[in-house]
Every structure is written in C-alpha cells, then in structure tokens.
Design a binder for this molecule. Structure first.
Ligand SMILES: Nc1ncnc2c1ncn2[C@@H]1O[C@H](COP(=O)(O)OP(=O)(O)OP(=O)(O)O)[C@@H](O)[C@H]1O
Ligand SMILES: [Mg+2]
Length: 227
C-alpha cells in the first residue's frame, strides 16, 4: 500500500544544508499498524508528512495505493489526501470557531457529502468515540484528551485508507496518552491502516512493527512475532 524507495529530503536551515531524510525505504501493507520511533529531530514528522502527501521529498520514489506520488503537484496531492488520508496531530489541529460536531464534519463538507449523510456519519463517529455529549462544545471548552478524541474523529470520518498520527500523545499526560493509544489500537483492529510517530518505545510497542529513525535514516526495523 505504501512503498518508499530511497526517500531523501534536504532542507536549507539558515545557510546550512541539512539532510532530514536519507535513503528511507519502507513498505507498509493495508491493515498494518506501524510505529515510527525516534528522538526529537530524527525526521519523524518529515517522514510521516511525506507519506501523507503534506511534504514533498527531494528525491526518491513514493508509491501510495498504486500511484507514484513523489512528483505530483499540490492540487493532485490534496485530491489524494482528501478522503484518502486522515491526520491526527500532536497539537490536535482543531478549528477554534467550529464546535466538536462541525470539526468532525468538515472533511465530509470538502467531499461534498449531503447533509443527511454527514449527520449519520458524524453521529456514528461521536458515538464510537463516546463524545456525543461534547457535540456542541468548542475546542477551548475541551480538555486535552477530549480535543485529541475529536482530532481522531475528524481523521476517521471519511473512512480513509490510511491514518497518520504524528506524536498523537505529545501534548497529553501519560494516562490520557494511554487512552489515545487504546483508541488507535481499536481502530487498527477495525481494519484501519495506521502509521504513528512517537519518541516513546513503550508507545511504539503498540504497533505491529516498529521502524526506528535516527538522524533521518532507518536504523532498525522490528517485526513482532505473532505466535
Ligand atoms: N523546512 C525545514 N527547514 C529547516 N529545517 C527543517 C525543516 N524541516 C525539518 N527540519 C529539521 O529536520 C530535522 C527533523 O525534523 P522533524 O520535525 O522531521 O523531526 P521529528 O523527529 O519530528 O522531531 P520532533 O520529535 O521534535 O517532532 C530537525 O532537525 C528539523 O529542525
Ligand atoms: Mg515531529
């Protein structure tokens, strides 16, 4: 489903050229839950944003759902992203002016779903995440965990092929982080393909596979033995 070949990203940091990703090769199949583990600055966000078509690689190839996407223009990439990829961000990424219901509904509006269909989909997601009682709240009225549950709701509302979660527990206490980890695991059990980045080995262990990044390259890849 996702095949990265020699993905490399070079950026200019002031006057210095920095290689943020170096010859990264990854294969992720549908239904997998893959954790990208690495310290701050190792390139996790750059990698998941590249896989998620938010950032472009400098060189290398990236195949997503059968398409080579590394050289697509912004419009083509956003078309693939929309509906196909759901993002969960460390800082939640909610729109302050929209309430919980409207935040979760937004991706469906972009995809031009009718009102009835939007209603039934949003209500189902609210109920699944057990946040129906928060539907009229605005982000500034929510606790951090509640915000992230809304972020997850928005990510899954279109039934995307892929969920990308970039340090989804980065702004949460460990107890709240655990709850988010449980929700991601149950989404994976439902069939969602998940790529999650984290700097915590314990969290990474929630995935079926851990890809460890350091200074922009993969240092180890562990596949768990399912006995
Ligand atoms: N557009 C850019 N311009 C300059 N430097 C960049 C750019 N994007 C990334 N970097 C640098 O590349 C390195 C990797 O960044 P990245 O954000 O991918 O790491 P990360 O593993 O997600 O870190 P964190 O855990 O702090 O989120 C960092 O040193 C960062 O400063
Ligand atoms: Mg990051």
């Amino acid at each position: 489903m996702i095949h990265a070949r020699n993905l490399t990203k070079v950026v200019w940091d002031g006057s210095i050229e920095t290689t943020v990703l170096q010859n990264v090769n990854i294969d992720i199949e549908q239904g997998e839950y893959v954790a990208i583990l690495g310290p701050s600055g190792s390139g996790k966000s750059t990698l998941v944003n590249t896989i998620g078509l938010i950032e472009k690689p400098t060189s290398g190839e990236l195949f997503l759902m059968g398409h080579e996407v590394s050289r697509l223009n912004e419009r083509q990439r956003s078309n693939l992203r929309r509906g196909g990829i759901g993002f969960v961000f460390q800082n939640f990424g909610l729109i302050d002016e929209l309430n919980v219901y409207e935040n979760i509904e937004l991706p469906l509006r972009y995809l031009q779903y009718g009102k009835k269909e939007r209603q039934s989909k949003v209500n189902a997601v609210l109920s699944k995440l057990q946040i129906t009682h928060l539907r009229h709240f605005f982000p500034n009225q929510l606790a951090a965990l509640q915000k992230q549950l809304v972020g997850i709701g928005r990510a899954v509302i279109t039934q995307p092929d892929l969920i990308i979660a970039d340090e989804p527990t980065g702004n949460l206490t460990s107890a709240c982080g655990n709850k988010v980890m449980e929700v991601l695991s149950s989404l994976n059990e439902e069939g969602f393909t998940i790529v999650m980045s984290t700097h915590s080995a314990m969290e990474a262990d929630r995935g079926q596979r851990v890809i460890q990044l350091f200074d922009g390259h993969i240092i180890t890849e562990n596949i768990k033995n399912h006995l």
